[in-house]
Design a protein around this ligand. Structure first.
Ligand code: MRU
Length: 352
């Protein structure tokens, strides 16, 4: 018996515009906005109206396709030149999640073999839609593999939002919880609120409530005490970029949770699709870490919570060394004790 899931979708293609769930309004308002230009798409990504690595990639892919539809030229060469410029522009929206660059590259490449501008336009739209369709299937598989690691009544901690609204559907780290609900397997989730911009409290708590998952919200500084007093069985997080050796960039605070998992002797899992791996970089030291506005730290909404003129450091991500990761859960299977060799084995095997 499976229960029906009805999760919100964050991005939708509508031929002449993109519909986007404005994640900045959640949980107060479930508001959909229309993105009509490439600039709208760039703004939506930089201001976190859409966020989460796969969802950023999907939105950017649609943004590139949307812009391409407006090119007024009969020359394929000219078309591809404009496409490359737009690709570069959208790639400047956020630096860490590699899915952004991966998705833009796929869309740009799809037009290369076109013999007319009309064909090129059809190809870029098709590729962007395909990226979204594939991501949904991918997330389902990740959820299925991840669920096999948990037992009934397990208590699992997570940070940020690696959920349905951060992907095409189901999510990565949250996919096993949605699937557990569908399959009537009771699990308890403890969601860290995720300062400074509160993806845990605003988005994960809301999203898991939507599907009826048993979720408890804690502030980030309650993690160690909660692991100890509530008997947390494991931690699962998403990823923005995974280097060839398994070092993983994810939302700031993830590294701290991985260290806690080690101290308490509980497993620490990363759930991510192949599109989040960046095999061109050897280890986490080459992953660019986004630093965002000090205002995210000095204010909560419009309320100032720090003195004027205070110096602020606001890295949006941190890098967890692969030695602290028990397993990386991908659509192709579970990579236990991730290393250069074990990652190559699973990802390359899947390519055959
Ligand atoms: O700054 P954000 O909200 O885009 O950061 C998102 C994360 O860190 C997620 O865990 C990651 O992108 C995976 S989403 C499936």
């Amino acid at each position: 018996m499976t229960n029906t899931l009805s999760l919100p979708r964050s991005v939708e293609w509508n031929e002449s515009y993109i519909t986007l769930l404005d994640q900045q309004q959640l949980p107060g308002k479930v508001e959909y906005i229309k993105l009509q230009t490439i600039k709208d798409v760039w703004d939506a990504i930089t201001t976190l109206k859409v966020r989460g690595a796969p969802a950023i990639g999907i939105t950017a892919a649609f943004g590139l396709a949307l812009s391409a539809l407006s090119y007024d030229t009969d020359s394929v060469k000219e078309f591809n030149k404009k496409l490359a410029l737009d690709q570069q522009y959208l790639a400047s929206s956020r630096p860490t999640a590699v899915n952004l660059f991966w998705a833009l590259e796929r869309v740009a490449k799809s037009a290369e073999s076109a013999s007319s501008v009309n064909e090129a336009k059809t190809k870029v739209v098709h590729e962007a839609i395909q990226i979204q369709v594939e991501d949904e299937e991918t997330c389902y598989r990740i959820g299925d593999h991840a669920l096999s690691l948990f037992k009934k009544k397990d208590k699992i901690m997570t940070i940020c939002n690696a959920g349905s609204i951060a992907t095409a559907y189901y999510g990565t780290a949250l996919a096993p919880f949605h699937l557990s609900k569908q399959r009537d397997i009771p699990l308890e989730v403890f969601a860290c609120e995720t300062r400074p911009v509160l993806q845990g409290s605003r988005l994960t708590a809301w999203e898991l409530q939507q599907s009826g998952v048993d979720v408890t919200l804690i502030t980030d500084n309650m993690a160690a005490h909660t692991i100890k007093t509530k008997g947390i069985n494991g931690i699962i997080v998403g990823a923005d970029r995974i280097a060839a050796n398994g070092d993983t960039a994810n939302k700031i605070g993830t590294y701290g949770l991985a260290l806690l998992a080690k101290a308490f002797g509980i497993p620490f899992y990363v759930a991510a699709p192949q599109s989040t791996f960046d095999l061109s970089i050897q280890d986490g030291s080459s992953i660019p870490i986004e630093e965002r506005s000090p205002k995210e730290v000095t204010h909560i909404g419009d309320t100032q919570i720090a003195p004027d003129g205070i110096s602020v450091y606001n890295p949006a991500f941190d890098v967890t060394p692969s030695e602290l990761i028990t397993a990386i859960i991908t659509e192709h299977g579970i990579i236990h004790s991730p290393s250069f060799e074990s990652i190559q084995k699973v990802l390359l095997q899947s390519a055959q």
